[in-house]
Ligand binder design. Structure first.
Ligand SMILES: [Zn+2]
Length: 76
């Protein structure tokens, strides 16, 4: 299989990092340096299952702890 971007069908997905914003229950959690496959054309990113699970788990925990705005780093 090629790594053609399913969003723009033009670019190529390459391993990199991105910033993911999770907005939930009025809270805003920003994850920096999240490992992802990033399109070199349109900038769309795709997280693998493990990373996205980890990300949502951390976001949920932060929100439960009363975070309103939080910036976290997610490194593999
Ligand atoms: Zn693309």
């Amino acid at each position: 299989m090629s790594n053609t971007c399913p969003t723009c069908k033009n670019g190529t997905l390459k391993p990199g990092t991105t910033t993911v914003t999770v907005e939930r229950e009025g809270a805003l959690i920003i994850f920096k340096e999240v490992p992802a496959d990033v399109c070199d054309n349109c900038g769309a990113y795709f997280l693998n299952e493990q990373i996205s699970n980890e990300l949502y788990e951390k976001a949920n925990r932060a929100i439960k702890n009363g975070a309103q705005v939080e910036i976290m780093k997610l490194t593999a």
